[in-house]
Design a binder for this molecule. Structure first.
Ligand code: NAD
Length: 264
């Protein structure tokens, strides 16, 4: 079998949340480069416009859709609208997320300094928002009896370290567990649910502190490979999980992390 056929996503209708920036944008451009119809979704309308225009200028079949993970009803309506417009939804990348401040390596991230607002935000976006994205996609995919949902979790779901905040660990660990439960429920509908668990990648997360400087160096040092991920290194697993190459995979959460999960 040829790799080109095995990992084919051409013609698939693929929605990516958090597509205005970072990992979501990388996934969206990988899918568009490989012939999918990509719906870029994000709360950041300016970033969304720029990302969509860039992908279109590269020859991608793309459209954009403003969503806010904090608005569960709006999210479901947006996903239903995509399915109605395009006739189906083959793949949902439930990727959007936010940082929840530093971890216990910094005084303000220690457990006795836990901030209820940061906790609420991470739970609302990283857990509830991602789970409702899953719910919205599952509604469409159950009806059409097929689809792939790919959730961006984190090595924070698989390992511990002093760097990310408690609220982030809690939300991502919860999300990683929910995806396993949903994978069980939806298997009979031929809907697969898997996770990508990135280590540190140089995105706009945490105010861009993962891009360079002290914080980036600390995250790099957590990885046995002693470096951050490079953006293109997320593309392979995204193509695997979006395509029929993963047709017998569900309920997995795959680290792309330079070995962080293995070391923890
Ligand atoms: N960068 C990393 O090191 C890293 C590591 C592990 C996991 N992750 C996860 O990867 C995913 C993508 O993050 P990233 O690193 O690309 O960060 P990023 O900040 O570059 O991109 C996140 C995107 O999500 C969007 N977003 C935030 N809140 C939203 C909301 N309420 N509704 C809709 N969109 C919203 C932002 O506007 C942004 O475009 C997140 O789930 C994050 O937790 C990132």
């Amino acid at each position: 079998m040829k790799a080109h056929d095995l990992f084919d996503v051409s013609g698939k209708v693929i929605m990516v949340t958090g597509a205005a920036s970072g990992i979501g944008r990388q996934i969206a451009s990988t899918m568009a480069d490989n012939g999918a119809l990509v719906v870029l979704a994000d709360v950041d309308e300016v970033g969304l416009g720029i990302a969509t225009a860039e992908l279109a200028a590269n020859g991608g079949r793309v459209e954009s859709c403003r969503i806010d993970l904090a608005d569960a009803a709006g999210l479901v309506a947006a996903v239903e609208a995509v399915a109605a417009r395009q006739g189906r939804l083959d793949v949902m990348f439930a990727n959007a997320g936010v940082s929840a401040g530093p971890g216990y390596g910094t005084a303000i991230g220690q457990i006795d300094a836990l901030d209820p607002e940061a906790w609420e935000k991470s739970t609302r976006i990283n857990l509830k928002g991602a789970v409702f994205t899953l719910k919205a996609a599952a509604g469409v995919m159950k009806r059409q009896r097929g689809g792939s949902i790919v959730v961006t979790t984190s090595t924070a779901a698989l390992s511990t370290s002093p760097l990310p905040g408690y609220a982030y660990f809690a939300a991502k660990a919860g999300l990683a567990h929910v995806l396993r439960v949903a994978a069980n429920e939806l298997a009979e509908f031929n809907v697969r649910i898997n996770g990508i668990a990135p280590g540190a990648f140089p995105t706009n997360m945490a105010g861009g502190r993962l891009k360079e400087g002290e914080a980036a160096a600390k995250f790099a040092a957590l990885a046995p490979m002693q470096r951050l991920g490079r953006m293109h290194e997320i593309s392979g697993v995204a193509l695997l999980l979006a395509s029929d190459a993963s047709s017998y995979m569900t309920g997995t959460n795959i680290p792309v992390d330079g070995g962080v999960a293995a070391a923890s």
